[in-house]
Design a protein around this ligand. Sequence first.
Ligand code: KG4
Ligand code: ZN
Length: 409
Amino acid sequence: MKILSIETSCDETGISILEVKGNTFKILGNVLNSQIKIHAPFGGVFPALAKREHIKNLPILLEKILKQTKTRTSPEKKIKKNLTPNPSPYQGEGQIEDNVTAPDIDLIAVTSGPGLEPALWTGIVFAKELSKKWNIPIVPVNHMEGHLFSVFVKNKEFSIEKINFPALSLLVSGGHTELVLIKDFGKYQIIGETLDDAAGEAFDKVARMLELPYPGGHYVSKLAEEARRNLSPLLFKEGVGGGNLKDHHLALKGTPPQQGGEQIHLPRPMIYSKNFNFSFSGLKTAVLYLIRDLKKENPKILENENVKKAIALEFENAVVETLIYKTRKAIEKYNIKTLIVAGGVSANKYLKKEAQKLTKNKQKLYFPTKKLSGDNALMIGIAGYYKFIKNKQKTTRFSKIKALGGLRL
Ligand code: KG4
Ligand code: ZN
């Protein structure tokens, strides 16, 4: 069985082709177009631009992947010219000329949510059009379930390992932060989630405050890593994030404590709440106030790399400690056997290190490879296949496939 999958929920246009035999998956092709450079000047994803770029890139990527995988349509038609999705997906469907014959594909999987609706629609309209013209069944996929399955992709050929249930998934991305109890694949219960900002979103906002590029998670984490290696013995004599650090944030004067500076401490939000929810908006504001106060004393304080590194370190510690703390509580309460961490923030090295410490010799731990921690179409193909098999190959009614920005697991 060959699956063509399509991902357009945010700022990455992805198409992949997977071949499945039994429990063995083979990656035949995987193409991705990132829009990061286009959105960077706005400091976030600009939905109308994302939509325009997806519409432009989908036929180009399809042409590319069919050529790459030799899953050609015959006669050799230039897809690029013929597959032009309608520029207003809300109003109707795309246009594919009838003479582009079907390639060797058995199933189309497409992300239907959660995500930015204008962006989601582009992939859905495109998938529907291919499905209709080529008479191939289509299955809508939850993007977060895709992230969950991303951890099994180790090589060009891989299989879905038999895992021990109950499992717990910490899904951390730019739009989501949730703890999901998994009794079996397909049986999900969100037991905790962020009440405001997602962890990745907080990383991106703090990056902006520290005058780092967008999306900033990676850059904040790089600074934090350098600080952990070089600065922390000076700044955190009592051990990072612990000991008798000052109760709340403030005020690093840009010098190590020995030279008259003070330690900084940011809050660990909701650590005393009895539930598994998160909140990162207050933490973000604490960083904002911290920088504001530091700038009052020295407007050029952020020119001091060590100050930036110290803030990045304390911020990353606060996020990771909070995520790990709630994950630990959930593992204990539900007697968890397997922990799956996925989503863009799972690229964070410190989070991985702390998750390894947490699960050592107790739970089996899964993380995606760095390349697959971000959005991609491969994960949508795997999740789509499982959904198709689970539903006994019944596909969702065509008219029911629509973009659901707030879709939940
Ligand atoms: O899953 P993803 O690619 O897109 C969404 O579905 O949201 O996640 C992107 C998020 C961004 O907020 C980005 O800053 C964050 O993942 N991220 C990181 C790291 N790498 C990416 N956050 C913390 N540390 C990282 N190393
Ligand atoms: Zn994602």
